[in-house]
Design a protein around this ligand. Structure first.
Ligand code: IMP
Ligand code: MG
Length: 177
């Protein structure tokens, strides 16, 4: 076995649950009559999306998109592309993008531009977490869960090289050395 990195809990599952409830309340207030299309960005948003949608008791539709920003490890490169696209019509719809994290903002910035070109009625962004100190591309987050320090987090859908997505809480990887 490789040595495991040290993790410590940043947000417990109870804190996440409370935050998701708050976000769901804001989204319900703004979208309950709009029949919005919620677009989850794979893979990281799957757990957040599932918990959030369960709390939205009004008509909506669900989509997923998968993006890749060439390169691996902890840093996203500038070049983003669509790996798995949308099947739903975007034109004229009220779109709410569901993200796990906005880090440099390159991935989300690319996606919002991509969607706006398809002439939706509106596009807004809901992000569970935000690392503003890392921003390279400006992104407006309309519904934000947690603001993060400049640390790498895992759990609740977020991975480190595909590991730790299953954790029910959000943890920080402690830097070594
Ligand atoms: P961007 O830098 O905003 O384009 O973020 C691109 C992607 O990097 C996110 O969608 C995540 O998949 C990943 N990412 C950035 N920061 C973290 C982190 O702290 N933990 C896990 N994944 C991260
Ligand atoms: Mg990732």
């Amino acid at each position: 076995m490789n040595s495991q990195p040290k993790l410590h809990i940043l947000f417990t599952s109870e804190e996440i649950e409370a935050k998701v409830k708050t976000l769901a309340g804001e989204i319900r207030r703004d979208y309950q009559d709009k029949h919005p299309l919620l677009i989850g960005v794979l893979k990281g948003s799957f757990m957040f999306m599932a918990d959030l949608i369960r709390l939205l008791d009004f008509p909506l539709e669900v989509e997923f998109i998968r993006l890749s920003s060439y390169g691996s490890g902890r840093e996203s490169s500038g070049k983003v592309r669509v790996v798995q696209g949308l099947r739903s019509l975007i034109k004229g719809r009220d779109i709410l993008v569901i993200e796990d994290i906005v880090d440099t903002g390159r991935t989300t910035g690319f996606l919002l531009d991509y969607l706006r070109k398809k002439m939706p009625a509106s596009v807004k962004l809901c992000a569970l977490t935000d690392k503003p100190s890392r921003r390279q591309t400006p992104v407006t987050i309309d519904y934000l869960g947690f603001t993060l320090p400049n640390k790498f987090i895992v759990g609740y859908g977020l991975d480190w090289d595909e590991k730790f997505r299953y954790l029910p809480d959000i943890r920080v990887i402690e830097e070594e050395g």
